[in-house]
Design a protein around this ligand. Structure first.
Ligand code: FDP
Length: 336
């Protein structure tokens, strides 16, 4: 951001998007503002750390059999509470809930569906490393007022907006409405998101890969080959040295890639094959794929474009390879 220029707040940015040839529907604008407000509350809760009494396990598990952290549960509740009354939604779905959350009877229903991973990177919460919120917005099928699970099963290409928030040294929100990717930074004193980068673009080439190397022995041949060649560096077939980064919060790893390029991989392996992969399609892989593609990158399962997949269940998992276009294409090509 140019400090001599007047800041553009998220509200102003969205109103301008709405005005420019009616690109952004008023109800979608309201939805995004409400999500941003909820993310500010999550950011405050995360930022308090041990002082807020919010660290540690909640003592419960989600549908995927993963232990829930207190902050997973708190973030989920913040997003539900913020969004259920506004009249812009016909349903919400979350990583932390087995089934979609119905809009309570007393509130009006709207034309959108909101899906989210309220706090991605749970293993990093207690150790003060960046975590984040990922969200995806779909249109509700025609004629539906109270959405059922089947209404959420839409391919990623149908998303009308997607975004994520990283709660790191600063809180940043990255957003796409289907035309470019824009970054906002939370001004903590003002309590407002300020536009800090318009039209983010991922470099097509990279020398940085991101994968959990401890899973190496479980990988399929194409992934082994791709990573072996990166590790071989200058003296290998790629003829250049690669660096490795693995935060283990997808939001933080993808944010780095959006900012300076790279390839992020959570491929299918023999450990996760039975469940279809590790990461969730509807509220992790799809929104991140939309953002990555809008920023000029690519996102595949190794075999197909992620956003073309027809989901078969709400908590479906998929293999993920995303980031700098030329690297994702090469890794995908190795899958034959
Ligand atoms: P987490 O389970 O801690 O929420 O969403 C799943 C995820 O984190 C991603 O954010 C992250 O990239 C990945 O899992 C980390 O997996 P590993 O524990 O295998 O490194």
């Amino acid at each position: 951001m140019n400090p001599s220029k007047k800041p553009i707040f998220l509200t102003q940015f969205l109103i301008e998007e709405q005005r420019s040839a009616g690109k952004l529907q008023p109800n979608l604008r309201l939805l995004l503002e409400v999500v941003a407000r909820a993310c500010k509350r999550i950011s405050i809760a995360v930022g308090k750390g041990a002082l807020g009494g919010v660290l540690g396990d909640a003592g419960t598990g989600n549908i995927q059999g993963e232990a829930q952290k207190k902050l997973d549960v708190i973030s989920n509740e913040i997003l539900l509470e913020a969004n259920e009354w506004g009249g812009h939604l016909a349903g919400l779905a979350s990583e932390e809930m087995d089934h979609p959350h119905a809009i309570p009877d007393q509130y009006p229903k709207g034309g959108y569906l909101l899906l989210f991973d309220p706090l991605d990177g749970s293993s990093n919460i207690d150790v003060n490393v960046s975590v984040g919120t990922i969200f995806s917005v779909l249109r509700v099928p025609e004629g539906v007022t109270q959405a059922s699970e089947a209404d959420f099963l839409q391919p990623g290409v149908k998303q009308v907006a997607a975004g994520y928030c990283v709660y790191g040294p600063s809180t940043t929100m990255v957003l796409t409405l289907g035309k470019g990717v824009h970054q906002f930074t939370l001004d903590r004193e003002l309590g407002s998101f300020v536009l800090t980068q318009r039209d983010m673009m991922i470099p097509e080439d990279t020398q940085e890969f991101s994968i959990n190397m401890s899973n190496q022995r479980f990988w399929e041949e194409p992934v082994k080959r791709y990573i072996d060649e990166c590790v071989a560096g200058k003296s290998g077939p790629r003829g250049k040295d690669f660096n490795m980064r693995w935060v283990a919060s997808m939001v933080a790893d993808v944010h780095r890639i959006i900012t300076r390029g790279g390839i992020f991989m959570y491929p299918i392996d023999s450990k996760t094959k039975a469940q279809g992969g590790k990461l969730r399609l509807l509220y992790e892989a799809n929104p991140m794929s939309m953002i990555i593609e809008q920023a000029g990158g690519a996102a595949t399962t190794g075999r197909e474009r992620i956003m073309d997949l027809q989901p078969s269940k709400l908590h479906q998992r998929v293999p993920v390879i995303m980031g700098s276009k030329n690297e994702v294409e090469l890794a995908t090509q190795y899958h034959g």
